[in-house]
Every structure is written in structure tokens, then in C-alpha cells.
Design a protein. Structure first.
Length: 154
């Protein structure tokens, strides 16, 4: 009898833990301060509860026409799994005017002869900072820990 009770308790605890992990993975709309735009952000929790944060940024497509078709990175992607297996919660923002994120495209740098890369970089940083600030307030994130920010391409 004790065996069956212990087995039932272990099974119930395992199912409850799996349900909690699935409940935390969500997509959020994040307001970008100083703009009327919001961006989308997926949060992928680390196993075992609140964790330090990594923000994994997407790159820019080779063709501008492909920007509207971009999607949020999935929690099962290789980069996300690498970080979550090491105890990080991963935030995956989709910056302004990429995919379903709203607003105007803020990363334009102008013509090559008079390019303003600094302005484009500041606008990208504004979106990333909005994602960091929003994610740090979520239960799956240890908001008191330093944040790792990684990305590619842009």
C-alpha cells in the first residue's frame, strides 16, 4: 500500500512540475519607452525555477522584404536550449517592425554615403532594453542578477 501511495505522489509531483514549466513559456507584448510601438517577446524558462536572464536577439534578413515574415524564435531552438540547460531563462524579443511586432522600422541607417549607424544602434538597443526591463519583472527571472545579451547579424 505504501508503495502505491509513494508512486502516486511521485507521479503527481512530476506532472505538476511539467505543467508549471509549460505554463511559464509565454509570449508578451512589451511597450518600447519613448515610442508608441510595442514589440513581441517570448520567454523560455529555465528548469528549476527563477533563473538569471539571457536575451537572445535575432539578426536582420538579407532582404528588407523578408522583415514582415519573421517569427519569434522558438524555445526549442539550439541557442535557447544551450542557455536554458545551463540555468538561464531566455527572452527572445522581436524588434520593431519585424514580423508581428508593431511600429516603424527603427534600425534604418540612411544612405551608405552618410550612414548613421549610431542612431540605428541606439534604436535597436532601446528595443532590447525594453525586453530586458519587462523580462526582469517576470516570475521565471531572477531580476537581481546581471543579464547576458547575445545576438547575431545585426
Amino acid at each position: 500500500m505504501r508503495y502505491w501511495m509513494a508512486l502516486a505522489l511521485a507521479l503527481a509531483c512530476g506532472l505538476a512540475a511539467a505543467a508549471r514549466a509549460q505554463e511559464v513559456e509565454q509570449v508578451y507584448r512589451v511597450q518600447v519607452p519613448g515610442t508608441e510601438a510595442g514589440i513581441l517577446m517570448r520567454l523560455c524558462p529555465a528548469p528549476g525555477g527563477p533563473a538569471p536572464l539571457v536575451v537572445i536577439n535575432h539578426g536582420s534578413p538579407a532582404r528588407a522584404a523578408d522583415r514582415p515574415h519573421m517569427r519569434l524564435t522558438e524555445c526549442g531552438s539550439e541557442a535557447v536550449r544551450w542557455f536554458t540547460s545551463r540555468g538561464f531563462a531566455a527572452a527572445l524579443p522581436l524588434r520593431r517592425r519585424y514580423g508581428a511586432s508593431g511600429g516603424e522600422w527603427a534600425e534604418g541607417f540612411g544612405r551608405c554615403q552618410q550612414a548613421d549607424y549610431a542612431r540605428a544602434g541606439r534604436e535597436t538597443a532601446r528595443d532590447i532594453l525594453a525586453a530586458i526591463e519587462a523580462a526582469r519583472r517576470l516570475p521565471a527571472v531572477r531580476g537581481d542578477r546581471p543579464v547576458v545579451v547575445v545576438g547575431q547579424s545585426a
